[in-house]
Design a protein around this ligand. Structure first.
Ligand SMILES: Nc1ncnc2c1ncn2[C@@H]1O[C@H](COP(=O)(O)OP(=O)(O)OP(=O)(O)O)[C@@H](O)[C@H]1O
Ligand SMILES: [Mg+2]
Length: 294
């Protein structure tokens, strides 16, 4: 299976394979300022839901900057506001206070400019539409020509190794295959940013490992910025350039950890002391967050 074999994907201009980062430099204490353009600039974002049972404070003073080309994972306990944060960035939810720029513009304008593809926590495919028609839906809405839609369906289904499944319905595919369809759908209009909410949460570990590697290669060979929610510490450390550790509700940022492994890392790095050190720091942050609430 391959989600990276697309010959049209561009190599990053600054990717110099002759000078890979060393594993020694994998662990840095603080986020270094980046000269890259910011794709997310969130300042003091708070969000309180008004519900029939009262107010639910989902996010509290979240400030975060994400530069172009980063792979940022959000990790934190269930209900801490990870999905809410992605939804705010995607302009699917309005913050109660704070300021937010996405690609240098308001979240609404970024949404209208189709700046991102969104892979939801559940695959969210329409059961009455075939895989092909599910993939075409956003392309239809965006006004792509019929011929362009067809080409994109073929290209992106092949990218997630699902060629031949065009006429199947979602319920005829396994959970992992459905999730790959939703990844293809998010990629199909070539957005600069991918918002991925626990895309591999329901998959077995071997399939998850494989898709992690494929996603990493995709990220490494394109200029996409990825915002990725996970509950898995090893997954976060393996994939990310930056890990955002969040506290239990109301979601606050406890720690931001830089992970400077080589971009073309392999699963074997999970055995290295540097990897385990970062994993330990994430675990410590999660524990600290829990005790904060007790
Ligand atoms: N539309 C909504 N109305 C009211 N409360 C909401 C709404 N959406 C989310 N919440 C609440 O906000 C909090 C954060 O929810 P969110 O879905 O962001 O958590 P999460 O970190 O993604 O959790 P999980 O890991 O379980 O997916 C939760 O307490 C949730 O009940
Ligand atoms: Mg969630």
């Amino acid at each position: 299976m391959s989600i990276v074999s697309d010959p049209t994907v561009r190599l990053r201009p600054d990717d110099d394979p002759s000078s890979p980062a060393t594993v020694d430099s994998a662990f840095t204490i603080a986020s270094e300022p980046s000269s890259r353009r910011l794709v997310v600039d969130a300042q003091n974002i708070s969000l309180t839901f008004e519900t029939a049972d009262g107010r639910v404070e989902a996010l509290s003073n979240v400030s975060l900057q994400i530069a172009e080309g980063e792979f940022v994972s959000f990790i934190g306990p269930s209900g801490c506001g990870k999905t809410t944060m992605l939804r705010v960035i995607a302009d699917l939810q309005q913050p109660s206070s704070g300021t937010l720029l996405v690609n240098g513009m308001s979240a609404e304008n970024a949404r209208l400019a189709r700046s991102y593809g969104y892979v939801f926590q559940a695959p969210a495919l329409f059961p009455w539409r075939t895989i092909e028609k599910n993939l075409k839906l956003p392309l239809e809405i965006m006004g792509f020509s019929e011929a362009d839609q067809q080409q994109r369906v073929e290209r992106y289904l092949s990218l997630v190794n699902l060629t031949g499944f065009e006429r199947k319905f979602p319920w005829q595919l396994s959970g992992g295959m459905q999730q790959r369809v939703s990844i293809a759908r998010a990629l199909s209009f070539d957005p600069a940013m991918l918002l991925m909410d626990e895309p591999f949460g329901a998959l077995d570990e071997i399939v998850r490992d494989h898709l992690n590697e494929q996603l990493l290669q995709l990220w490494n060979s394109t200029e996409k910025t990825v915002l990725f929610v996970t509950h898995s510490i090893p997954e976060a450390v393996f994939l990310s350039t930056k890990i955002v550790v969040m506290s239990p509700r109301p979601g606050r940022i406890i720690d931001i950890i830089d992970c400077n492994f080589p971009r073309d890392r392999s699963l074997e790095i999970r055995e290295t002391p540097e990897f385990l050190k970062i994993a330990q720091r994430v675990r410590t942050g999660l524990r600290a967050g829990h005790s904060y609430d007790e």
